[in-house]
Ligand binder design. Structure first.
Ligand code: COS
Length: 386
């Protein structure tokens, strides 16, 4: 149920204060140490950030998608690795259970995910299966009351901290493609699971991605999410929603960058006046402001449609595509406005420039979003909906 307007405003202002007073002063530290200080993670837990999307019945805040987007827009005003600490619990790690879990599965895991006591990760991508999600090779072979998992997952966000994984694996070796896949909740403590070292990445220091290897890991049949063969449906439903979350984050970062370039442009003088008064610089700042504002409107429209239970696949893909591309343009302009100062390692715009590059890749590349959009439009045309 949606919050009343006053509570909603209080929530947004609380998150804004947390971002301004706690996260922003620690951006440099986060980048240098590649880790979020424990004290900040504790504050995230106290604020309920790990449980934004988890129903109140399981100890979460049970926010609507619109409310979640408003929180994530605020979190976008600081280094996105802060959001990543709780992002998988709110989004792709937990939503398989929220959407497809049985009562006992929800009861076992959601309360711990809501408080941040347990961390959830989403394990779809593999060395040979990225954009082609239906080609997953990890096997889940039935053996008595268990499935035996064998295979490797790659670039799994928060795998190093995870207590559970939502894993997509092939239960039907004779059915190639998406129809042979099923989804599972896999406890990290299961014997036969190895987590790789965190990868060294271009940006988002403090948010780790690792390999996850399954070597005869025995997962109880009771841990399957949905029916056999529904793995792709679980993954894609989770990603439809995740794409709205990433779009919100992108818009938040674009807004932060507009703030950075407006302030810098007003302070930095060249040719005897603030550079914002030079029309070519002014144009870059104005374009960035307008694009961030357009992104906010696009996100709010899409999340309201999600909350109204409209079919969201088309709009989620379009919103994710446009907002992540948009923040890429804004970050590029931000470096341009800062000039040489924007190229110096670890100044804010240099960091954001690197941080935002992944947004156009994960949870479906821009080119995958184009495919989803094209196919959905064609489907609608065939169905006479266009
Ligand atoms: N919601 C629910 N179910 C969906 C769905 C959605 N948005 N999209 C697809 N499905 C279902 C389909 O209905 C189909 O099931 P049925 O055959 O029972 O109808 C099944 O999933 C397979 O769909 P499709 O045939 O469209 O699959 P493709 O193999 O052609 O793949 C794309 C479709 C390319 C869109 C998909 O693989 C994709 O999104 N890839 C990107 C993956 C990604 O985002 N990776 C990032 C990892 S997380 S960081």
């Amino acid at each position: 149920m949606a919050l009343d307007p006053e509570t909603r405003q209080q929530l947004i202002e609380t998150v804004r204060r947390f971002v301004n007073e706690v996260c922003r002063p620690n951006e440099q530290l986060l980048s240098e140490t590649n880790a979020i200080p424990d004290a900040i993670v504790r504050q995230m837990r106290d604020l309920g950030l790990f449980g934004l999307s988890i129903p109140e019945a399981y100890g979460g805040l049970g926010l609507t998608m619109e409310e979640e987007a408003l929180v994530i827009l605020e979190m976008g005003h600081t280094s996105p690795a802060f959001r990543s600490a709780f992002g998988t619990n709110v989004g792709i790690g937990s939503q398989g259970i929220v959407m497809f879990g049985r009562e006992d599965q929800k009861h076992d895991w959601l309360p711990k995910l809501a408080t941040g006591e347990a961390i959830a990760s989403f394990a779809l991508t593999e060395p040979d299966s990225g954009s082609d999600a239906g080609s997953v090779k990890t096997k889940a072979a039935k053996d008595g009351n268990h499935y035996v998992l064998n295979g490797s997952k790659r670039f799994i966000t928060n795998a190093d901290k995870a207590h559970i994984f939502t894993v997509m694996a092939r239960t039907d070796p004779d059915t190639p493609g998406a129809k042979g896949l099923s989804a599972f909740i896999v406890d990290r403590a299961t014997p036969g699971i190895t987590i790789g070292e965190p990868e060294k990445k271009m940006g988002q220091q403090g948010a780790n991605v690792c390999d996850v290897v399954f070597d005869n890991a025995r997962v109880p049949i009771a841990n399957r999410l949905g029916e056999e063969g529904e793995g792709m449906k679980v993954a894609m439903s989770v990603l439809d929603r995740g794409r709205l979350h990433i779009a919100s984050l992108s818009v938040g970062i674009a807004e932060r960058l507009v703030e950075e370039i407006t302030r810098y442009g007003s302070e930095r003088k060249q040719f005897g006046k603030p550079i914002i008064e030079h029309q070519l610089v002014m144009g870059m700042i104005a374009d960035s402001y307008a694009e961030a504002a357009a992104g906010r409107a696009m996100v709010l429209n899409a999340v309201r449609k999600y909350d109204a239970k409209d079919k969201i696949t088309l709009l989620a893909a379009a919103t994710k595509m446009w907002c992540t591309e948009m923040v890429g343009r804004v970050a590029d302009r931000a470096v341009q406005v800062f000039g040489g100062a924007g190229y110096i390692a670890d100044c804010a715009v240099e960091r954001f420039y690197r941080d935002v590059r992944i947004l156009r890749l994960y949870e479906g590349t821009t080119q995958i979003q184009q495919i989803v959009i094209g196919r959905e439009l064609q489907r609608m045309a065939k169905a006479g909906e266009i």
